[in-house]
Every structure is written in C-alpha cells, then in structure tokens.
Design a protein around this ligand. Structure first.
Ligand code: BGC
Length: 483
C-alpha cells in the first residue's frame, strides 16, 4: 500500500470512529429532551388543567413542583444505581419510567393521580440528567468531550422549543392531555436508541469487565490498538477495586471537586435562568408589551436564541476552553440583567423601553447558553474521579434541581419584596458572584483525559493522594482523535 493510500485509509477510520462516537453521544443526549420538553410544556398545559380539575393555587403549585421534587429523588438514586447496573441500563430505565409517567399524566382522572404521575416524570428526569452527561463524557475522546456532552444541553434547549410549539398547537383544543402525553415520544426514541448503544467503557473497567471495555473502545474509536491499550491502562490506574461509597465524597480531593460542581449547580440556577424560561411572557408583559401573542412570540424567540447559542457553544467549548466562556458568559449575563432592571426603573411602558428589555433578555439567555448552561453539566460529568463519579455527579444534579425548584417558587415573591428592578438587580449580583467564583475556582479541563483532571484537585487538596489509592498524578500524553 502506498503512503498516500494508508493516510487515506487512516482518515477514513478516524471518520468512522468520529461518526460512532457522535451517534452514541447524540442518542444519550436525548435524555436532555425529556428534561427540556417538560420544562417548556407545563406552563401551557397548566392553563387548561386548572379549570378542568378546579385546582387551587396550591394545587397548581404542586402540579408544577412535583417534577423538580421527583428529579431530586431520581438524582439521589442515580449514583448508586448507575454504579451497580451501569450508565446505559440506567438511561434505558429512565426512558421507561418517563414513558409511564407521561402516559400516567395524560390519562390521570384527578389531581392526586396527576401529581403522582408528575413525580414519576421527575424521577425519570433526575435519573437521566444525572446519568446521561456522565455516560457521554465516559465514551468521548478528550479532544471533543466538551462538544459531545453539550449535546445533552442542546437537547434540553430543543425540548423547550418543541414544547412551546406543542403548547401552541394544542392550545385551541385545550388539549393538555396531548401536551403531557406527547413527552413519551422522545422517551421512546431514547429507549430504542440506547438499547443499541454500548456500555460505558469506564464503567466496564470499574465492574471488572476489562475485556468488554476493550471491545467497546475498539468499536467506538476504531483506533490504533496501542492507543486503546494506553487508555485502558490509564482508566485502570485511576480506580481501585470497587466503586466508592457516599463517605468517600468527604475525601479532601473529592471535596475540592465538589466545591466546584455544587457551587456551579447552585449558581446556574440562582442566576435566574428559569425565571426567564418559565416566566418569559410575564416578564415581557412587565416591559409594557400588552398583547398576549406578542409576549408568547417573545418567549419563542428566547427559546430559539437558547438553541442557537448552544450550537455556538458546541463549536467553541473545545477550542476556547471552559473558563473563558464561563467568564465572558457570566459577565454578559450581569450586564444584560442590569440593563433590564434599569428599563424597569426608567422606561417600562415606552416602545424603546420594551425593545431594549426584550433585547437584554435575549442577550442574557444567549450568554447563559454559551456558558453556565452547558458548562455546569459538562464539568459535573468530568471533574470527579471515576471511583465516585456517578455519586458526586448525582449530588451536583440533585443540588441543581433543588435550586431550580427554589428559584421558581420564590421568583414572584422576590418581585413582591424587591420590586421588578430590585429582583433583576439581585440576579445580576449573583452573576457577578458567579464571575468571581469561576475566576478563582473553576479549572480549565479542555483536552484533558478524565483521569488527569483528578490530578488538578489532588494538587488543590494540598497534595492529598487520590481517594482510595490509584494512579500517581502524572500527566499522560493525549492521543488526538479529532482529525
Ligand atoms: C438548566 C435548566 C434550564 C436550561 C435552559 C439547563 O442547563 O439546568 O434549569 O431550564 O438550561 O436552557
């Protein structure tokens, strides 16, 4: 074979390997659709459930809150279950639970059944959101991991827009049962797709099934066997016999990583994103736009900006790195919210005021979508050592859902207490805190092997050894799978 032919052959192999890994990430990323769809659909569905079931405001609150509460519970169980049965099985399980919950909601005959079904939906979302990003990061080559884990966030944002569309389509017929039941469709895709996907090679090594791990890596990477052997050695070095327990999360190295993961989980929510996602029409209404359809249109535009800028994030994450995006993103979010708050003080009611306010909402959502949106989920899947990864990621996910719930519950109360401008200045101040948090605490993980990221936190913990023994903090050469 001539050198030209062998280069062409090598390129074709890399192309196939890339295709395999992208497909795997895209299917697992569908886990995000469940999450996004429910986030986006409930506001429209609730408009019709309230009169049908004669819900009190407490009852409506319960129907909405059932999902984040269920998600906290689902995420709490995700860590242990995904260590025991594997990431893939758990994602399949979450799709089945979601289908049951979505159909249960669609056919429920009364408030109690509806709330129970929505808790079931929440459990599925908690399981999927704790497990899918970890699975994707464990099958991805380091050079493109950022891009691929962001498929999860992309699916969240697409789910939100699809749900707005479904909400609009079924509004004339007041078809709330259709709105909730159709959530089962992406779950069926996830179920069927994941059944054809491989196990996480890292989980297989941890479960003592190294030979199968090698077969999976050979299949998804189609790479030089010596590189695959090196990757397997590295994975094996980073773990000790058994998955760690909850108490291992107190080890100084894990605590250092959890400070970043849990901190970002809280800041991602407390900087107010879901006030915009859930209440966009209300906020646009505050700016003086008094037609309901214009307000709804503005929320659709917010959803589209969210998807578009997540696509930009996919292109940027593995080039610019995580830190610059987080810093620029949180700074721009603070600026955008401050402009919005000033509009409420100065010009709410005028056309210019409304335009500036809607523009600042777009800037805020766009800045979130290239920074905190995807990067929290990405870091939460990549900064913990394998031995405790699924449990630590579950703690980050639980925290995120709990604060999601808290912020949605308190948004209108905050407006009552601080006024519209006061409330948005408050969220702007949190974005400033986020900026400094990222500046001081978030490490750059771009292009690093998952096993090498552990070394960063070992150094932070004052040179404490890895939890439970394991590999020395050497940095291994990085194979480049991206070309
Ligand atoms: C957040 C969600 C939010 C979504 C908006 C996600 O990263 O965790 O709470 O609704 O982004 O795109």
């Amino acid at each position: 074979m001539s050198p030209g032919e062998s280069t062409a052959e090598a390129r074709a192999v890399r192309g196939r390997a890339m295709h395999n890994v992208i497909l795997t990430a895209a299917i697992a990323g569908l886990g995000g659709l469940l999450f996004g769809y429910d986030t986006g659909v409930i506001a429209s569905a609730l408009l019709f459930i309230e009169p049908d079931f004669g819900l009190s405001s407490f009852g409506s609150g319960l129907v909405v809150a059932a999902v984040p509460i269920g998600a906290v519970v689902g995420a709490a169980f995700a860590g242990r279950l995904s260590d025991r049965y594997g990431r893939r099985i758990l994602i399949i399980g979450s799709a089945i639970v979601f289908i049951v919950g979505a159909l249960g909601s669609a056919f429920s005959e009364g408030e109690a059944l509806l709330v129970i079904s929505r808790v079931v939906v929440g459990i599925a979302i908690g399981l999927a959101s704790a497990t899918a990003p970890v699975y994707i990061s464990e099958v991805s080559p380091p050079a493109v991991r950022g891009r691929l884990v962001t498929f999860f966030q992309l699916a969240v944002t697409v789910g939100i827009v699809v749900a707005y569309g479904v909400g609009l389509a079924f509004e004339p017929s007041e078809g709330w049962r259709w709105m909730l039941g159709l959530g089962a469709v992406p779950a069926i895709f996830l179920l069927v797709g994941m059944m054809r996907m491989p196990q996480s090679p890292r989980w297989l090594v941890m479960a003592g099934r190294g030979y199968e791990a090698k077969a999976v890596l050979m299949h998804i990477r189609e790479d030089d066997p010596s590189l695959i052997d090196a990757e397997l050695d590295e994975i094996a070095d980073s773990i000790v016999e058994e998955p760690g327990g909850w108490r291992d999360l107190l080890h100084p190295v894990i605590r250092a990583a959890l400070a970043v993961g849990v901190g970002l989980a809280i800041l991602q929510q407390v900087s107010g994103i879901n006030t915009v996602i859930y209440f966009a029409p209300t906020i646009v209404g505050y700016t003086g736009v008094d037609s309901a359809s214009a307000a709804i249109l503005a929320s659709v535009a917010v959803g589209v900006v969210n998807v578009g800028m997540t696509l930009v994030a996919i292109r940027l994450l593995d080039r610019a790195g995580r830190r610059p995006l987080l810093l620029w993103g949180s700074a721009l979010m603070a600026v955008a919210l401050s402009i919005l708050a000033f509009v409420f003080i100065l010009g709410a009611g005028s056309t210019t005021g409304s335009i500036v306010a809607v523009g600042s909402l777009m800037l805020y959502v766009g800045a979130f979508a290239v920074s905190l949106g995807p990067i929290f989920w990405l870091l939460n899947s990549e900064i913990y050592p394998l031995r405790v990864r699924s449990k630590a990621a579950a703690v980050g996910t639980m925290t995120n859902w709990f604060f999601n719930f808290l912020v949605s519950l308190t948004f209108l109360l905050l407006i009552d207490a601080l006024g519209r401008s006061g409330a948005f200045f408050f969220y702007a101040a949190i974005c400033v805190v986020t900026f400094f948090f990222c500046l001081r605490l978030v490490p750059e993980t771009k292009g690093k092997h998952l096993e090498d990221i552990q070394a960063i936190f070992e150094r932070r913990a004052g040179g404490a050894g890895p939890p439970g023994g394991g590999h020395p903090d050497g940095v291994t050469p990085e194979p480049d799978f991206s070309r």
